[in-house]
Design a protein around this ligand. Sequence first.
Ligand code: ARG
Length: 399
Amino acid sequence: MTERVVLAYSGGLDTSVGIGWLHDATGKDVVALAVDVGQGGEDMEDIRQRALDCGAVDAVVVDAKNEFASDYLMPALKANALYQKRYPLVSALSRPVIARHLARVAKELGADSVAHGCTGKGNDQVRFEAAVAALAPELTSIAPVRDLALTRDKAIVYAEEHNLPIRQSAKNPYSIDKNVWGRAVETGFLEDPWNAPIEDLYEYTMDPSVAKPADEVVITFTAGIPTAIDGKPVTPLEAVEQLNILAGKHGVGRIDVVEDRLVGIKSREVYEAPAAMALIAAHEALESLTLERDVNRYKRGVESEWSNLVYDGLWFSGLKRSLDVFIDDTQKHVSGDIRLKLEGGRATVTGQKSNESLYDFSLATYDTGDTFDQSLSKGFIEIWSLPSKISARRDLGGR
Ligand code: ARG
């Protein structure tokens, strides 16, 4: 039997040409796999048909939106995951779920390899291949653009020569990756970090400088994940979809950064992630209300480590799994309601309540009803500052 390769197929130029290109270069039969992670745009059935028209021996479509939201986005939310404090890991989170299906389909169909359309300069090649290596170490990975000299120019010529049914929405100068957690836009005039983003770049968010009345939304969390919006129960996917619209309307979650890729390159990236940024703001506030001080402080370090691992393609790694166990344990009391005000590009927390709250009015109040015994603080501070006092006597003299 001819060997098979399962290609992660987007329906775009590179992966469409990639089908024939892979076959010509390796002699393998190509199976196309299109995974729906909420990228929107085209109908998945059209994409499937295009793969067949481009020469795939089989084409599989997977609706992974609920799985993506529940098993990838919710762990990221529990981790308040932001790479380099800014980027909510939009693309980094979708690669492991796509890779999981690549490995699954490859095993089911007896393929010996998988393929993807990434270049050799980015993070996504690492994420696909590291995830596949962790899930199915017997598979090899092929990247036609990187390994088989499939350049843009050659792809255009190949598509014309072979009459491939590719909608050349030609003039888009940007490289865009999107899913339900957000959009990433790079290249084109953005490659000069001095060039400001233009309104045209955005799709999930409206211009925050165009004034409109503020909106309020109440998000109910149960053990760290959103379970209702304005009192109506939601699945994780629905929560993200609804908040993309609500927060997107106010331009929440626009991010413009120069980011450090794993491969050593700095790149200029423009993101929009309205639901992600609104949810993280709300979730962090609820943690402040419900977590013990030390847990909250320690968790901030774990979050940054978690985000680095996921950015670097190590979703299916031992350390990431162990950190997930820690993070999950911290979430058992993270339940309650957060009210957000959405206005002018910002999601601001304006109200917080929880049956699991550690906020104690009678300890916090400066009014009558205060139960905090201030006289205890005097002795506490004596002992707390004792090490400083002793070392100061040595260092400043006067011992
Ligand atoms: N820099 C981001 C990341 O590594 C986004 C990459 C998105 N890819 C794209 N073709 N725009 O996660």
